[in-house]
Design a protein around this ligand. Structure first.
Ligand SMILES: Cc1cc2nc3c(=O)[nH]c(=O)nc-3n(C[C@H](O)[C@H](O)[C@H](O)COP(=O)(O)OP(=O)(O)OC[C@H]3O[C@@H](n4cnc5c(N)ncnc54)[C@H](O)[C@@H]3O)c2cc1C
Ligand SMILES: Cc1cc2nc3c(=O)[nH]c(=O)nc-3n(C[C@H](O)[C@H](O)[C@H](O)COP(=O)(O)O)c2cc1C
Length: 440
């Protein structure tokens, strides 16, 4: 569970965002490629849910390139590879409630079963997490217990990095540089993006206000893919704060579009980031914005059936995929969108654009559920009603994309999917990494 006490780390992270870590984070847009299959002396292994650890691992591979490291996701690591390696750097994020990122679920158990002797291995472990969660860096810590139990020795004490704190990341880059004899990557300024439009997209809704914001870079337009994420550095109460938002647009649009919920606490005060972006930032103002690849939420196959599930601001990550599919016509496969909101009168967000994608030839079935309708319905009710066709899509190689808030949506949706697909198909979907989550 998320703990809501104010924490002293946010100002530290944010204060350093504009400078220290930026030097590594600009590499983060490119998802790391698996390194060549050679007998590498150094392995760099990552586990990442929303791209930060993946980007950091890629940046470290660049920093340590003189050692020709082999870079790969933890789920692609065999027990034999691990037993042969003499040195390894692990960059490991935690998600859910102390869980392993989706792509790597089951990987630790698989390695544990193979029970390798790891007395030849020296390692450094960088655990990424967020102190507001009860099981801080839970997966990174479990991985280290495994390494130690099998005789591996640490090159450095485990580093635990709270919300990708740039100062901590810069320190780690320096420490690893010393261990491996490599200079840290030079710092770079994050680029600034200008707010060019902001639109309230659900006026009259009984739910929180949703806004669509468009930004253009001051410098050249970078490239990104559907599913990727923007990190904005914004003024907060006690110094700058960093906030992540799913990108709704593709670079071809000429802007980065975000869909934001203006969050409010019980006293009605707006959240620091969403309040600033929806109320204070004026058209024409600029903010530091960094793009980050989110490999786990990118589409691998435009022809396979795509099942998009979400609610509220989750439209952002889903819309980016629909826009990408429309751009891939006529090669794009079928799409189904299951989307939840409050009011049928005020919350049919992006209805016109979705209709125009259909009119352009995209095979898109839209199912909406409204919790404040005469007969209240939720996204999971839609999934329950369409269980048979979902099973067919998943059997036919379909991918599921789930985007939106964890609280009140993701848990119920996952439980409903599992029940509707049946255990065998659910396990197949998970092991083939066809369930993609951008859940926050
Ligand atoms: C990978 C990723 C992608 C994200 N994509 C999006 C996106 O596309 N659109 C979007 O709107 N947000 C998105 N978020 C959430 C976003 O980063 C912020 O957490 C959110 O805008 C709230 O920040 P804040 O500074 O306004 O609130 P804070 O000042 O951090 O919190 C204020 C209060 O609001 C509560 N709160 C926090 N988040 C929410 C929420 N989402 N809804 C309701 N109450 C909340 C807090 O518990 C607290 O009580 C994403 C997060 C991640 C990690
Ligand atoms: C839905 C969600 C659940 C999370 N759960 C945890 C957790 O249980 N423990 C923790 O330390 N961090 C948790 N985090 C924080 C992430 O580990 C942290 O943001 C990390 O930098 C993400 O790295 P990644 O982008 O590589 O996945 C969670 C983040 C999200 C969005």
């Amino acid at each position: 569970m998320m703990m809501l006490s104010p924490d002293p780390w946010s100002w530290l992270m944010a204060g350093a965002t504009a400078f220290g870590w930026a030097g590594l984070s600009w590499h983060c847009l490119r998802p790391p490629r698996a390194g060549p299959r050679h007998e590498a002396d150094l392995l760099i292994l990552w586990a990442s849910q929303s791209g930060t650890a993946a980007g950091l691992a890629g940046a470290l591979a660049e920093q340590l390139s003189a050692l020709s490291p082999r870079l790969l996701p933890l789920d692609q690591l065999s027990a034999t590879d691990l037993q042969r390696a003499r040195r390894a750097v692990f960059v490991i994020a935690t998600t859910g409630a102390g869980e392993a990122p989706d792509h790597t679920s089951g990987a630790l158990e698989r390695l544990q079963k193979a029970v390798p002797d790891l007395t030849q291995l020296s390692y450094a472990l960088l655990a990424l997490g967020d102190r507001r969660y009860a099981d801080f860096c839970g997966f990174g810590r479990r991985l280290e217990v495994f390494l130690r139990n099998h005789g591996a020795r640490d090159l450095l004490p485990r580093a635990e990095i709270d919300r990708a704190c740039p100062a901590a990341l810069a320190r780690i880059s320096r420490d690893l540089g010393k261990v491996f004899g490599a200079a840290p990557l030079p710092p770079q300024q994050p680029s600034r993006w200008r707010l060019i439009a902001r639109r309230h997209i659900n006026p009259g809704s009984p739910g929180g206000a949703l806004y669509a914001l468009r930004f253009q870079p001051e410098a050249m337009m970078p490239d990104w893919q559907a599913g990727d994420i923007a990190r904005l550095t914004l003024p907060g109460e006690a110094g700058p704060v960093a906030r992540d938002y799913s990108l709704a647009s593709l670079p071809e649009a000429g802007w980065a579009e975000l869909i934001l919920r203006q969050v409010r606490d019980a006293q009605g005060r707006t959240g620091q980031g969403s309040g600033y972006l929806t109320r204070q930032l004026a058209i024409g103002d600029t903010v530091p914005l960094q793009l980050r690849a989110n490999p786990g939420f990118r589409a691998r196959d435009h022809a396979a059936p795509m099942i998009l599930i979400g609610n509220g601001s989750g439209m952002a990550g889903l819309l980016s995929h629909l826009r990408a599919r429309a751009a891939a016509l006529p090669a794009a496969g079928t799409c189904r969108l299951f989307f939840g909101e409050r009011s049928p009168a005020h919350d049919r967000i992006f209805a016109d654009e979705l209709a125009s994608l259909q009119a352009c030839g995209l095979s898109l079935q839209i199912e909406r559920a409204f919790s404040r309708a005469e007969t209240p319905r939720y996204v999971q009710d839609l999934l329950h009603n369409h269980a048979a066709s979902l099973r067919e899509d998943v059997k036919g190689g379909g991918h599921i994309f789930l985007c939106g808030r964890r609280e009140g949506m993701a848990g119920a949706v996952l439980a409903c999917l599992r029940a509707g697909l049946g255990e065998d198909l659910w396990q197949k979907l998970r092991t083939e990494n066809r369930l993609h989550q951008d859940v926050y």
